[in-house]
Design a protein around this ligand. Structure first.
Ligand SMILES: Cc1ncc(COP(=O)(O)O)c(C=O)c1O
Length: 375
């Protein structure tokens, strides 16, 4: 059997990882500033994470949601505490798309309405509704098309007010910082406007924090910079440091009912152990503070490069705009300097490293970047 060939891959076989370093099958070391697409939050093979998963695996890896799983409650308490939303409720799934799919569905159950507002440049996943609210026609199959989606220009407050006035809006979904869209930070005033319009029209504010959340920006949710609460926060990526976990954190105003949502894998023992290990390390090692500090340092240093058009982002979610002549910069970083970075079109380099990235590793990148830009 062959693999279904949908990924344009680099010819590199990574076989080992430690912290922000990974190694290929030939023993070549790479600096990982991509974190496997913002997934590696506490570093590869963190000893506490490995131990906690190993211990759990020896006890029990999986049982279904038909029984008590105290680890879920433990995770809910810890996540409520670390995220600062102790009165919210947790529902566990296995991916970002699944988290968004459930959030959109829950919103519609809550207010009985159908329309969802989303934005140009947005990415919310590849399943039915998640892909319908994603701004990329190439990945929307005919079966995913729906009249329930209202796509508005990013940051356009007038269009937002008009859309609420003209439609029965069930929910609005927005990334605090668009990731795939090229690291575009949602203005605080825009998020505050969304909050007030959702209150006025009884719509549900869904904060997609799958990429921009989980401490990456120095605050737990990047939407927190606006000083307003969303009704539902969707999470994945960093929550499990590579273990496939997604979650939604749900405002107390939305009440559950048996059978309303459900999943086979979500919240299993092993998944909870992984998520707990991540939060424990985040707390013990002050990783949000480190993300703010090392990220702030990187942003300041990157702004000094005269070749760079613009640097955007917060903490360790950074976008570097380069002119077209540096189109090969990402490949040069990877193949000449052995540094993994992400990209977004056109010509944006994305940095999404582990939250415990050291200043020394940041400097190693800055040195290589200088060489790449002065080629
Ligand atoms: C903002 C955002 N939402 C949702 C998703 C979908 O997550 P998953 O690939 O886990 O389904 C992604 C993935 O990149 C994302 O960046």
């Amino acid at each position: 059997m062959k693999l279904f060939n949908v990924y344009p891959i680099n010819p590199i076989n990574i076989v080992k990882g430690v912290g922000s370093l990974v190694y290929d099958d030939k023993g070549q070391e790479y600096l990982d500033l991509y974190g496997g697409h913002a997934v590696i939050s506490i570093g590869h093979t963190h000893p506490h994470y490995v131990r906690r998963l190993e211990d759990q695996l020896h006890k029990i890896g999986f049982y279904s949601n038909s029984i008590e799983i105290p680890l879920q409650q433990e995770l809910a308490e810890k996540l409520g505490h670390v995220s600062g939303k102790e009165d919210y409720q947790l529902f566990l799934v296995s991916s970002g798309a699944e988290a968004n799919e459930n959030a959109l569905k829950l919103a519609s159950f809550y207010n009985g309405k159908k329309k969802v507002i989303c934005f140009t440049g947005a990415f919310h996943g590849r399943t039915s509704l998640a892909v319908a609210v994603t701004d990329n026609p190439k990945i929307v199959a005919p079966i995913n098309e729906t009249d329930n989606v209202i796509r508005l220009p990013w940051k356009d407050e007038a269009a937002l007010e008009q859309a609420f006035a003209d439609n029965e809006v069930s929910s609005i979904i927005i990334e605090g910082i668009q990731g795939v869209g090229g690291i575009q930070v949602a203005p605080e005033s825009f998020l505050q406007k969304i909050r007030s319009l959702c209150d006025k029209y009884n719509a549900v504010f869904i904060a997609d924090t799958v990429q921009c959340g989980y401490g990456r920006t120095g605050k737990f949710y990047s939407h927190d910079f606006a000083g307003v609460n969303a009704d539902i926060y969707t999470m994945a990526k960093g929550i499990g440091n590579g273990f496939p976990i997604g979650a939604i954190s749900i405002s107390p105003k939305i009440q559950p009912a048996y059978g309303m949502l459900g999943t086979t894998f979500g919240g299993n023992h092993l998944a909870c152990a992984a998520a707990l290990a991540v939060l424990e390390v985040m707390e013990q090692d002050n990783l949000m503070q480190n993300a703010a500090e090392v990220g702030g340092y990187l942003i300041d240093e990157l702004k000094k490069f005269k070749q760079v058009t613009e640097v955007r982002g917060r903490g360790l979610m950074i976008g570097i705009d380069l002119p077209a002549e540096y189109a090969t910069a990402k490949k040069d970083l990877l193949f000449k300097h052995h540094i993994f970075t992400g990209e977004a079109k056109p010509n944006v380099i994305r940095l999404l490293p582990a939250l415990n990235l050291t200043k020394a590793h940041a400097d190693r990148f800055l040195e290589a970047f200088t060489t790449v830009l002065n080629k």
